[in-house]
Structure formats: C-alpha cells, structure tokens
Design a protein around this ligand. Structure first.
Ligand SMILES: [Zn+2]
Length: 276
C-alpha cells in the first residue's frame, strides 16, 4: 500500500521537444496521433499505403501487447524518434479518448475487460513553462467543461470525421483559448494468471492469457519494436508451445514436491528403524 501512495504522489511530466529516455521495443511504442481504431484513420493514410510513413491505428500495438501476455505501453503524443510533441486536449476530448478506447476493446474478440489496461494523461510542459503554469491551465480548461451537461453527451467513434468535442476545441481555439498538451499513456498490464479477475472463477492448471482478435478480426504479436500480424496457424502453433511449456513447468514442480515428500518419509522411516 505504501508503494501505491508513493506512486500517486510522484509527479510525472514531459517537456515539449525533449527526447524520452526509453526506446521503442517489445513493450514500448510511440504514436504521434490518437487514431485508436482503424476507422478513425483519415482517408489519406489509406491512399498512401505504399509509403513507409503511412499511419497505423493504435489498436494494432495494443492488440500485440495483449497477445504476448507481457503487456506494454503506447505513448500518444511522442513521435517515432522519441521526441515529445504532446496532444492538445480539452476535458471532453480526454473523455473521448477513454470512451473510444472502451468502445474499441468491446469490439475485440474476446472483449478486453477494464482491469487489463489503464489510461493516463501526463501533462507536457512548454520549454520554458513551469509545472504551476501548466497545472493552472489544466484546472482552468477542465473546469470550463466539467460542470456542464456536455460530459454526458455521447461521443462519435468509428469514424475519421470530427466529433462534437473536436469541433468545440476548434471553436475554442478560434477564440484564442489554448488547451494543455498531454502525452497519453495507454498501458496494457502483463497477464497475471493468479488474478481472480483473470480466472473466471474456474480453477485451471494452465491459465494462459487469451488471444484477442482486433476490430478487424486480425491478431497481432509484438516482436522487438515491431508489430506482426499472425495467421491462424501461427496462433495454433504458439498456443501449443505455450501449453507445453506451462505443463512441463507444472510437472517439474510436482516432481520436486513428490521428491521432497518421499525424502521426508524416508528420513522418518530411518528414525523409526534406529529406535532401540
Ligand atoms: Zn468526442
């Protein structure tokens, strides 16, 4: 518990144009945009499919982090080379990100329950701005919205068109009102076979993480810093291998247990024999 409260207290910020200390690898991915689902990608990204720099939905990386069972974090607002640009977001746009992620995961097969991931909006400080200035800006822009009925208004997902919250943002911008910048950290937690939420109340010898199909019915895996599409055959092979490894580990554990039990009973026998 002490660790948790320390974590909450620790202030976490990014600074505009800084290069982050982490690199893209098996559990970290940078994205300069917030197109979560494939339908949110603007049409130009599909026209330029052959270009190396074409944009991919965030969903792929999240899907891959789920399917390795090891989890990982996608950083929205950090571009490929690790430079922090941040994303300007109003409170309703932050609500939009959370709700559209929920919508996306509800379309996965099987769906992803909320205890498997978390979303964090980490403020980005301007190159010369202080923490206090940014916090003041956040509390001001957030409070402009938090008291209104807008917060209960449904957001529009699964489209590349602007949602009402984006239109509000543009209107606000035209009036010269700036929104704070954030890096949005979406973290998939590593699979914990002992978490009661992951067992469905059924006792299992091998509790493997589920393989999730994404919103298009595809399955991705993470290999080093890249996301790879898996075929049904790849998945079957991988699952067989994982079950084999898990079973072998369980057999080894049981053998050791049996060996230690028989040692105990041997020494007990010896003790009996030596009694006069
Ligand atoms: Zn919206």
């Amino acid at each position: 518990m002490r660790n948790m409260s320390q974590k909450v207290k620790k202030k976490h910020y990014y600074r505009q144009k800084d290069v982050v200390a982490i690199e893209e690898d098996a559990t970290h991915e940078f994205k300069g945009h917030r197109n979560l689902a494939v339908e949110e990608l603007p049409p130009w990204t599909k026209e330029r499919k052959t270009m190396k720099a074409s944009r991919k939905a965030v969903s792929r990386s999240l899907n891959a982090f789920l399917n390795t069972g090891k989890g990982g974090t996608v950083y929205l607002g950090v571009i490929d080379n690790g430079t922090v640009l941040g994303l300007k977001l109003t409170l309703s746009q932050k609500d939009h990100v959370v709700a559209s992620l929920q919508d996306l995961f509800s379309r996965y097969h099987p769906p992803v329950p909320s205890h498997r991931y978390k979303v964090k909006f980490v403020p980005v400080l301007g190159q010369s701005s202080t923490e206090e200035e940014v916090l003041r800006l956040i509390s001001k822009t957030d409070s402009d919205y938090s008291d209104t009925s807008q917060r209960h208004r449904a957001h529009e997902f699964r489209t590349h068109h602007y949602c009402w919250c984006d239109k509000d943002y543009v209107a606000q911008l035209n009036m010269g009102v700036l929104s704070p910048d954030y890096v949005v950290e979406i973290t998939i937690k590593p699979w914990d076979p002992d978490d009661p939420s992951n067992t469905d109340g059924v006792g299992m010898v091998v509790n493997l993480h589920p393989m999730h199909e994404d919103e298009e019915g595809n399955v991705y895996m993470r290999r080093q810093a890249s996301t790879v599409k898996y075929s049904l055959n790849d998945i079957a092979q991988l699952t067989r291998q994982q079950v084999k490894e898990e079973c072998e580990a369980e057999i080894r554990r049981l053998k050791t247990e049996i060996a230690s039990l028989s040692c105990q009973s041997d020494s007990e026998d010896q003790n009996t024999n030596h009694q006069p």
